[in-house]
Design a protein around this ligand. Structure first.
Ligand SMILES: *Cc1c(COP(=O)(O)O)cnc(C)c1O
Length: 385
């Protein structure tokens, strides 16, 4: 692959001689209006209609019965884990090839991440690897709980992540979790706008987490959401993330140690405006991905396509380099020429704080981590309004 041609292609795609970032947000008059409304009403933090409105918009779009706004995606994940009953000393199975927040949230609950491999087709958790790990290490006890025979600890939850918006094979993963009595939680931080067999990601797990960080498909500056179809869990999520305050007109009455994980109204206002733009963002991203795919097909390099039976949001576009040498050349030359590219994350089992975590074979994780490069994926325009 001639890197100079890649740079020219990306420049023609974005039609600019200037610096091309990997992913930047786009705002329109809709967001300005919403944020100004909040400022004028002087309810910028926890009170105000925008939080509930934003939650309702996410519920309507994702088809999830309940959405609970929180301060960021990591807090959403932490809340999901806590509500799934993950306790200190438990284990949580996840993928090593993920953004560090997935594993940080597990550690916030004083639980231990356990890594299984990802698959090439989705870049996310491999159902066969999950199944093989559990067959070797786990037993389902008479209580219905799943115990790791090697460590003696309970495996309480499983957290697959939809990398760059591409859905993992949810049905297969859910079936394995069901068999072993493990709660499924989706890290859907990157997959707002992505559908698996016609249903929005975040609806298969008992609980799921979304992120609206500045680099995601829509942003509230910082923000996140817990999704669930279980009403009791939804109420627990709201309670726990709002300092566990019992409803009362004026008393400060709290019934457990809660968190201040509230999404401020100012951020929610931004989110309401961004939700109007989301369908357009997804459409534009899918069209750009199709053009990238066609170009890479001519270069004999694999462009990461949406998995079968899925409609991906193509949040971040990615392709696979021939080897580590080519990857390093791509990163070096594109970034030097003002076209921003990034390698995929350093796998979690290579980071000092997760190096000692138990893991199954991670061959695909290792291979992808040396070859995958993200290329510019921003939308060009905001809502024309
Ligand atoms: C962005 C992201 C998060 C965390 O979201 P924040 O809002 O930044 O806390 C978690 N998991 C994955 C996979 C992400 O990409």
């Amino acid at each position: 692959m001639i890197i100079h041609n890649l740079i020219s292609f990306i420049r023609s795609e974005y039609d600019t001689p200037d610096f091309i970032p990997l992913h930047v947000p786009r705002f329109s008059a809709a967001e300005t209006r919403r944020v100004m409304e909040t400022l004028e009403a002087e309810f910028v933090s926890s009170v105000g209609i925008h939080v509930r409105e934003f939650e309702e918009r996410i519920e309507a779009y994702t088809g999830s019965a309940h959405a609970i706004g929180v301060v960021n995606g990591t807090a959403a994940l932490h809340t999901c884990l806590r509500l799934a009953g993950v306790e200190p000393g438990d284990e949580v199975i996840t993928q090593s090839l993920t953004f560090v927040a997935t594993c940080n949230a597990i550690r916030y609950q004083f639980a231990h991440p356990v890594f299984v491999d990802v698959e090439r087709g989705t870049l996310g958790m491999c159902p066969a690897a999950l199944s093989a790990f559990l067959a070797e290490h786990a037993i389902r006890e008479d209580t219905g709980l799943c115990r790791n025979k090697s460590t003696g600890k309970l495996i309480r939850a499983c957290v697959p992540m939809h990398s760059f918006g591409h859905p993992v094979r949810l049905d297969e993963i859910a079936a394995v979790c069901e068999e072993y009595g493990i709660t499924l939680i989706e890290d859907a931080a990157e997959s707002l706008g992505s559908f698996y067999k016609g249903r929005h990601t975040g609806n298969t797990g008992r609980l799921s987490a979304l992120s609206f960080n500045g680099n995601k498909i829509i942003t509230t500056g910082g923000g996140g959401m817990v999704l669930t179809n279980d009403e009791t869990l939804a109420q627990r999520a709201k309670h726990l993330t709002t300092t566990a305050k019992k409803p009362h007109p004026y008393l400060y009455d709290h019934d457990e140690v809660g968190y201040n994980y509230r999404l401020p109204a100012l951020n929610a206002a931004l989110g309401c405006g961004q939700m109007e733009a989301l369908p357009g963002f997804v459409e534009e991203k899918r069209q750009r991905a199709a053009r990238y795919a066609a170009w890479f097909a001519g270069q004999d390099r694999e462009f990461i396509l949406e998995p079968e039976n899925c409609a991906s949001n193509y949040w971040l576009n990615a392709f696979v380099c021939k080897d580590l040498t080519e990857r390093d050349r791509v990163l070096q030359e594109t970034n030097a020429k003002g076209v921003m590219t990034r390698p995929i994350w350093t796998p979690m089992h290579k980071l000092p704080m997760f190096r000692d975590c138990q893991r199954g074979p991670l061959n695909m994780t290792e291979w992808l981590s040396e070859g995958v490069v993200n290329i510019p994926s921003s939308c060009k325009t905001a809502n024309p309004r």
